[in-house]
Design a binder for this molecule. Structure first.
Ligand code: GCV
Length: 686
């Protein structure tokens, strides 16, 4: 009997998946199910969803009985859960739902289910959408916003809107994401007005059953812009009153509103410093207004000014002196690196340095600097590298993960944010493989100790497996090579874009192709690549040693000394911390110039290999997704060639050294690349 049911199950899955797939179902594709009976100790909208998910997706013993129990247990924290031989137990309804998704994930990936307790690393696992109210998305590469549009009836809530929001919330819940900031950090104050708040409420209503809270980016100047006040001084009683009233109004319609995200005094945004107040004054004023309702303020530390001698140092310099001055419902949101989501940066030295303030990492899921939705880059390895970086703030083992998840310093709230890569594109993320980054963010936010290998394995099985039980042929010919491609993809991007610690050398403001030459006369220096690479006849790289900008001193020992010396600085960060002579002898014996040539060349060849790998897996992938990925890889390959040619030919003007003869010659001329700089992106988007 079991055999018959399993065969039917396989047949059903096969027939579902032989149809074209467009990627809209994400990692939640498998609908086949074996019969199961589900008993739940508590009835609620959330537990009903949990029950339905089990009924629709059960892959275990046919006819089994599963118990879902909501019961207090000291071992279980927050919305964590316990997997037991009988089913799922949790303190909250949401915990039960998370447990059910985990159970199903195990079944669908064929992993053994080990009973145990699974608690989240962070209390708040939040997506930041940089969506504008006119429907565009800053740094979005997957179509327009799923929340906002600029048609005539833009604020009408349709059934199609609600369906999409529910699908989005379900996808988030399935990986443990429990919050979403619905609008751009470069905020438009109108979002806090009545008409927009009605739409926010409608979104919150669809999210609620899946445990996803809504948050808003709040413009610091809102009291003037939409409140008509003469000032936005955070210590002014009228301003304090305005925010209190605004918060009260929001909670009256959205009782579980999460709180505000604020970008202040950064890149032209208003903030407390406009009134000679500190970041703490500004954040605390908002935090006080939110406190009675349980809301939080996520205050960004992404600050830098044109006049500073090293942009990488500024967040630390501005925020560290404020340690201990923030209310306990303020969390300082810090980008992973000290500059800006580059393909590789050392971790921001603020992590661990602020010991009396809650800090949350901000990572970027949307690929602003990593090839938009054209390049296949699995970002999990980058985030894993970051979370596992040792800050040494409390001795060895003080990883970024531990400095932010509450295990090293007491934190009232813990959180992690990811800048979303979601838009109206049918596959949500623009590139089928970009979905894996959304997935990976959720999984790492839930468990910051997971490995990228495990995440890639899970995602590939859930996203591409055609039957419940794939044969070993699939494992060998699809899973193994494609997983390896994913795991290598970030390092490949670093190699063909910005190896050896180079950073911020992309073209213009679109941040796609190479542009180490890009430096319009009137442009702020710290927005142009030459500020970062500092290439000259002597060498290349930014001197951040004690003899240079001294950014190294923001790192705790032993990192301070390690980074400070060319000989001990890891190759990956060499040109981040040092201005290195072209003929400098690398650890492997090559000159810096030769090594640069090898790295760029290697990156390009890695992408060409990805093309080959993908072509070999054609028999295992449905036509639509296969062709899409194949075509994107072609664009990526052409773009990698531009990066290699553009950067090597540009830097060669300074090094005056030959490209090693065993390396392929450039196929583009530098003058051509520079001349076509601004239009190139469009040409390669096809
Ligand atoms: C939302 C970078 C991006 C900006 C972004 C900013 C930020 O500068 O290029 O588009 O603005 O970071 O994180 O605030």
């Amino acid at each position: 009997m079991i055999k018959i049911v399993s065969s039917l199950l396989i047949l059903f899955c096969l027939s579902v998946n032989l149809q074209a797939e467009n990627g809209h179902a994400l990692w939640l594709r498998c609908q086949s199910s074996a019969p199961v009976s589900v008993v739940c100790s508590k009835k609620s909208i959330v537990t009903e969803i949990a029950r339905q998910e089990l009924l629709n997706g059960w892959q275990g013993q046919p006819g089994a009985s599963v118990k879902l129990i909501v019961k207090q247990d000291k071992e279980v924290k927050g919305d964590g859960y316990k997997l037991t031989p009988e089913g799922v137990q949790a303190n909250t309804d949401l915990g039960v739902l998370y447990g059910v998704y985990d159970l199903l994930r195990h079944q669908q990936t064929g992993e053994t289910i080990n009973p145990g307790v699974f608690n989240p690393s962070y209390e708040r696992r939040v997506l930041n959408h940089w969506d504008n109210q006119n429907g565009t998305i800053e740094r979005g590469y997957a179509g327009r916003s799923i929340f906002w549009r600029n048609t005539k009836d833009s604020l009408n809530v349709t059934e199609a809107d609600k369906k999409l929001w529910r699908e989005y919330a379900r996808a988030n819940a399935s990986v443990g994401i429990n919050g979403a900031v619905l609008n751009n950090v470069n905020a438009n104050a109108d979002v806090l007005t009545d008409v927009y708040l009605k739409r926010v409420k409608a979104i919150a209503d669809e999210f609620r059953p899946y445990g996803v809270k809504v948050y808003l980016s709040a413009k610091f100047s809102a009291p003037s812009q939409v409140g008509g006040l003469a000032t936005c001084d955070p210590l002014d009683p009228s301003v304090i009153k305005w925010w209190q009233a605004k918060v009260k109004e929001i909670y009256a319609i959205i009782p579980d509103f999460g709180g505000f995200l604020v970008k202040a005094n950064s890149e032209g945004q208003p903030g407390p410093q406009d009134y000679k107040r500190t970041h703490a004054d500004g954040a605390n004023m908002m935090a006080d207004a939110l406190k009675p309702y349980g809301g939080i303020v996520m205050w960004r530390a992404f600050v830098y000014s044109a006049s500073d001698n090293d942009r990488a140092k500024q967040a630390y310099e501005e925020f560290l002196p404020l340690d201990g001055q923030f209310r306990d419902n303020v969390i300082i949101q810090v980008k992973n690196g000290p500059v800006d989501f580059q393909p590789r940066e050392p971790f921001s030295p603020l992590f661990g340095a602020m010991k009396k303030t809650s800090l949350m990492p901000e990572i970027q899921i949307t690929q602003e600097y990593l090839g938009h939705s054209i390049h296949l880059v699995f970002l999990s390895t980058m985030w894993e590298e970051f979370l596992k970086s040792d800050t040494y703030q409390e001795g060895e083992g003080s990883t970024v993960a531990r400095c932010t998840d509450g295990s090293l310093f007491p934190q009232k709230h813990t959180a992690i944010a990811g800048v979303a890569n979601v838009g109206l594109d049918v596959n949500w993320c623009g590139h089928q493989f970009a979905q894996s980054n959304w997935y990976a963010f959720g999984r790492l936010a839930w468990d910051n100790k997971l490995t990228s290998g495990q995440i890639a394995d899970e995602w590939l099985k859930l996203t591409f497996k055609r039957t419940v039980v794939e044969n070993s042929d699939w494992q060998t010919n699809f899973l193994t090579p494609v997983k390896q491609m994913m795991l290598d993809s970030r390092e490949a991007a670093v190699n063909y874009m910005m190896p050896l610690g180079l950073h911020h050398i992309m073209s213009a403001n679109e941040h796609y192709g190479p542009g180490p030459w890009w430096a319009p006369k009137k442009m702020r220096k710290d927005w142009t690549p030459p500020y970062y690479h500092q290439a000259d006849s002597v060498g290349v790289g930014f001197d951040r040693t004690h003899a240079g900008s001294d950014a190294v001193s923001q790192y705790h020992e032993p990192l301070h000394t390690l980074f400070d010396k060319e000989q001990t600085c890891p190759d990956e960060y060499l040109l981040w911390f040092h201005h290195v002579p072209w003929s400098f002898k690398m650890k492997n014996g090559r000159s810096l110039w030769d090594e640069l040539c090898y790295r760029y060349n290697k990156g390009l060849h890695q992408v060409r290999d990805f093309q080959k790998i993908w072509d070999t897996v054609q028999p295992y992938v449905d036509e639509e997704r296969f062709v899409q990925v194949q075509s994107k890889l072609r664009s990526q390959s052409r773009n990698a060639q531009l990066w290699k040619d553009g950067c090597l030919l540009y830097f060669q003007q300074f090094s005056k050294m030959p490209i090693p003869y065993e390396i392929e010659r450039p196929v583009n001329n530098l003058e051509y690349l520079i001349r076509n700089d601004t239009t190139r992106h469009q040409n390669y988007e096809q």
